[in-house]
Write a protein of this length. Structure first.
Length: 489
């Protein structure tokens, strides 16, 4: 009790910064405070960097150092500028879901309920997230400059300045209201089309070795300084409920992700229905038509999510068209990307598959069997996935049958993943291997089974058209696995 009175007394003295530090110190001293595995997290990050990130970066640099003739026609300035132009509005949209001003939920809620300025309360998590964005942007800029023969020092400066713009755009998406964030997204999309926009300046700074890139870097630095000046005002205008809700969701996602439940960790970030609520989803029709119609109306109630699904499937079709003309040494990259995008896009309309899996093991008087319901809920995602992927691939003069195959496998993999249930406890036990414990790899494979199946199928049909004959076998195999899981539920 005395310790509590001492803590309260500490909160009443000193300036605002001291009060913020006192609240956080008091929370860390409580037995209920979260115990952070800092050493293990650092070890995991270092091993991921050494085993995964660095080999991939080395392969990319080697491929860029000796480009294939098919890639030599690509203008690196245009490619970098286009990518940068897409990143800025994407950062604003990301802030609507998970912004940089996210901290420990209880401490954040307590501090936001006081008279303390919010830019003092939230500056620590924003500084950490912003620093990470700047470092990642500078590192990527250096890698690109080395690969295309640009000036490394100029590229690092331009990349760091662009990282600041990314961090501020990310924060603006969290702090601005819905209309303000939508307006900012539109402005950034329009700025990407300007010949002197931030994306064009970054592209020239990263791919030009002569001093002509210095003025563009100076402009980016000036824009970054102006963006930093508005950060305190943005933090003071953020709604406390948004910050606390995102903090709670992020903590829940981290807790579930730490035990291998990646799907449950991402469940909270799924868009909630908000449109067309007056449109009746229960229709009097043959059951085989009523189920896809109900799924379509449910998709209309989350228009932003549906648009993202269409974009992902269209991008998958374009990636397949690129894989059709890519050299054999690079074919796997766009093909695997097409598989991942098709899997992600098909998931937007796969809520019905998850509903069918949830009915397994429950008493049903009039409803069909769970597997039959699963097949009915798969009609809508199958039609949309096949139609969008094939249309996008055809517009890019790509082959149609590989697009059909990838879309079919993506929906079948979604059905398989929808029925997998919670993580089996047996996967959490140690798996001795000559290189160490393989439990983490087993959990990772369990979570990425559908993605790996779709990606492997995309690479297979893109590299060897004769493998199209194996696509029905793969799809039926996924459905049989789903049926067995439903029977065991």
């Amino acid at each position: 009790m005395r310790a509590g009175r001492v803590g309260v007394r500490r909160l009443r003295v000193g300036g605002p910064s001291e009060r913020v530090h006192a609240v956080r110190a008091l929370h860390r001293s409580r037995a209920a405070a979260e115990q952070r595995g800092g050493a293990y997290a650092g070890y995991l990050a270092a091993m991921t960097l050494l085993v995964v990130v660095l080999p991939v970066l080395r392969a990319v640099v080697l491929l860029a150092a000796e480009p294939d003739p098919a890639l030599a026609a690509l203008d690196p300035t245009t490619v970098v500028g286009l990518t940068a132009g897409l990143l800025l509005p994407a950062a604003v949209l990301l802030g609507r879901v998970r912004g940089p001003a996210v901290g420990e939920p209880h401490t954040t809620a307590v501090l936001l309920a006081t008279d303390l300025p919010r830019h003092l309360v939230l500056r620590r998590p924003v500084a950490i997230a912003g620093t990470a964005a700047v470092l990642a942007s500078a590192a990527a800029a250096l890698l690109i400059a080395v690969a295309v023969g640009g000036a490394p020092l100029v590229a690092v400066g331009a990349g760091a300045a662009f990282g600041v713009l990314l961090a501020v755009a990310w924060l603006a998406g969290q702090c601005l209201p819905g209309r303000g964030a939508a307006l900012l997204t539109g402005v950034l999309v329009a700025a990407a089309a300007l010949p002197a926009g931030p994306d064009a300046l970054l592209g020239r700074a990263l791919t030009t070795a002569d001093p002509s890139a210095l003025p563009g870097t100076a402009v980016l630095t000036a824009l970054a300084a102006l963006a930093l000046a508005v950060v305190p005002r943005l933090l003071d205008t953020v709604r406390g409920g948004v910050v606390v809700a995102q903090s709670r969701q992020w903590r829940s996602a981290r807790s579930r992700g730490a035990i291998g439940e990646v799907a449950d960790a991402l469940e909270g970030y799924r868009a909630r229905p908000g449109r067309f609520r007056r449109l009746d989803a229960v229709r009097v029709a043959p059951f085989a038509l009523a189920v896809p119609l109900r799924d379509a109306i449910g998709a209309l109630r989350t228009p932003g999510r549906s648009v993202a699904g269409v974009a992902a499937l269209a991008a998958a079709g374009l990636a397949l068209a690129v894989a059709a003309v890519a050299p054999p040494s690079l074919l796997a990259l766009p093909a695997a990307l097409a598989g991942v995008l098709a899997y992600c896009g098909a998931g937007v309309w796969s809520d019905g598959l998850r509903h069918a899996a949830a009915t397994a093991g429950q008493p049903a008087l009039l409803a069909p069997a769970p597997f039959e319901l699963l097949l009915l809920h798969g009609i809508l995602p199958l039609l949309l996935a096949v139609g969008i992927v094939v249309a996008a691939c055809a517009l890019a003069a790509g082959p149609a049958w590989p697009a059909v195959a990838v879309a079919v496998v993506a929906v079948a993999a979604r059905a398989m993943d929808a029925t997998r249930g919670p993580l089996p406890p047996s996967l959490l036990g140690p798996i001795p291997l000559p290189i160490g414990d393989g439990a983490g790899a087993a959990v990772l494979l369990w979570n990425l089974a559908g993605v790996l199946v779709t990606g492997a199928a995309a690479v297979g049909v893109a590299s060897a058209p004769g493998l199209l004959a194996a696509v029905p076998v793969v799809a039926v195999g996924c459905l049989l696995i789903a049926r067995r899981r439903l029977a065991r539920a």
